[in-house]
Design a protein around this ligand. Sequence first.
Ligand code: IVH
Length: 700
Amino acid sequence: MALSVRGSMMTVMTENNALLSPAAYVEAVTTALAASAAYYGDGSTPLGDDEYDGLLRAITAYEEAHPDEVLAESPTGKVAGGAVQGDVPHSVPMLSLDNVFDAGELTEWAAGLERRLGHPVAGWCVEPKLDGLAVAARYRGGRLVQVLTRGDGLAGEDITHAADAVLGLPPVLTKPIDVELRGEVLLTTAQFEEANRIRLTHEATPFAHPRSGAAGTLRAKDRPYRIELTFFAYSAIGLDDLGHLALLENLAALGANTAASTAAAPMRCETVEQVQERIDVIAGLRADLPFGIDGVVVKADTAEDQRQAGNGSRAPRWAVARKLAAEHKVTRLLAVEWNVGRTGIIAPRAVLEPVVIDGVTVTYATLHNPSDITRRGLMIGDQVFVYRAGDVIPRVEAPLVDQRTGAESPIVFPEACPRCGDAIDTSEQRWRCVRGRSCQAVASVIYAAGRDQLDIEGLGGTRAIQLVEAGLVRDVADLFTLTREQLLGLERMGETSAANLLAAIETARGAALNRVFCALGVRGTGRTMSRRIAAHFGSMAAIRAADAEALAEVDGIGTEKARIIAAELVELAPLLDKLQAQQVGTQVTEPQKPPTDASDASDATGATVGEASAGGPLAGQAVVVTGSMTGPLAVLSRNEMNELIERAGGKASSSVSKRTTLVVAGEKAGSKRTKAEELGIRILDPEEFAVLVAEFLPAP
Ligand code: IVH
């Protein structure tokens, strides 16, 4: 069914989303009805939220232009698109919200409301639009007696049986009153993951999306397992005459969970400009919130403004949803590629029919590991849910099993290493070539010579391949024994190139410990972690002497990662011996951090990198760099910026928190800058910062 829903939507709309004929209009209405029946039924979204909204806008536009052709069953102007009905009448209709899609539409909407009121709105409340299902919870004498879904807004389904699995929806309120709480029930990200873990152990298909998981869970009656959900209250019947923020406070005091407990807490704004700013802040926080939001709700705050504006049949006139682009989209899984990483890990990657998610075209997504593919039951040709938020690497969540056509084919797992053809070690979840990192000698050498590692100029891809294929280099240590004669024996290598390469390698011999360590490509460590490890232990000998317990003391290394790093160090012992014999990484040690109280070693997100040295213009500062650097800093990679901060006595961190004291914001700085402004943190542009740390800048 849903496949045809997607297909037909494509055919009825022109490129600029207009419906051109009565037939196209009828088809669009049918499509929208089928999609909203699925959405409000089992929570699936065969169209994706953005497409559904687009279709509805096209239908509305057509109806405005052709008022005499409007179909009775049209979804416009109806709660839940007219898709669902329930059997328990609501005390007061459960309304939906009108939508606006950008700042201009919001300004227009606010102006319209103020025209209707005949005076400015006396204050706004801005809060997250929680991406779950609306419910009404009835309390008598403070005891929960009934929970209903929204249904068609006039009557809903009784889901009281599900109430005890809903966190934040107390069985007993703190006061013995009669009241009906209204709000949203959802699966937080952690609950969604836990739910899918539980379902897999019961051989049930994983939920494709947190909302469909919440919808299914609220309705399910005889499951042999329990899945926890979360309730957020945002309105009530029986606590009248309160402004919205005051109402939320009362709801929390009664024991219900509200969005006030989250980073995107409801906030009062006096002007529409402030409302827009708060929307931007909430949108910026979205990726870090522990639950999904699909927009931001703007409400007139005072009871008086709300009463005066009143309600329409579908939505209140005093509130509106500013929709945000969907983070989940449905697309087709075209193929699975198997790539061998630097350390010999063989990782599957999904090739997708390109899909735009929040302005970014996604063509590839991570699939984690083979057992993950099996658990999710994915097949080539499946319609799949793809998730992407902020900087997160897109991932394939789950197939839409009921949309299969029979043309799907199984995903074929490799039987031999796709790079070298040797056997695969499948004993761990992540498959690995039995040759480990030597399968990838070329990639390892290129990585080690990279700018943020040993920074060996002239050792790019072609040269590395030449050196490995000529048998001169099997690992990074071999670089340091290369001779002029050996190099001159290579094709396209003249005297000058050979001399330059040897000089660059010689310089690398004296590279800082953190760079040498990073060059090893230890699993679970990148640039940041390498700097932390180097700063923590101070010398390669101390790192090698560290066991898992000692490694776990490094900021940001948990016990599991410590175990992996310790095992890697054992495996790398021959390479480390070779490097030591060549005096690589032994000449320069790192200033060890002074013993400090562990609590000040990391910021709230644990994202501290490196340690501050005493003195310097940045002494005592926690610095975050965001956006692209200009002026004298333009040439520095992010890693080099962080090294600069640490040289100048500061602490470099990757995310803005309360502990951040300075943000260097370059061009196209995004949510980090917004967050810094929000927290009142000092912000410098790259040029100002360059002046501050001038004496620590690398020589040009
Ligand atoms: S207020 C009369 N506030 O979004 C009040 N709704 O698309 C109407 N929703 O039906 C609802 N977060 O299920 C309100 N902070 C919030 C919300 C919210 C999510 C849902 C609610 C509503 C739907 C409309």
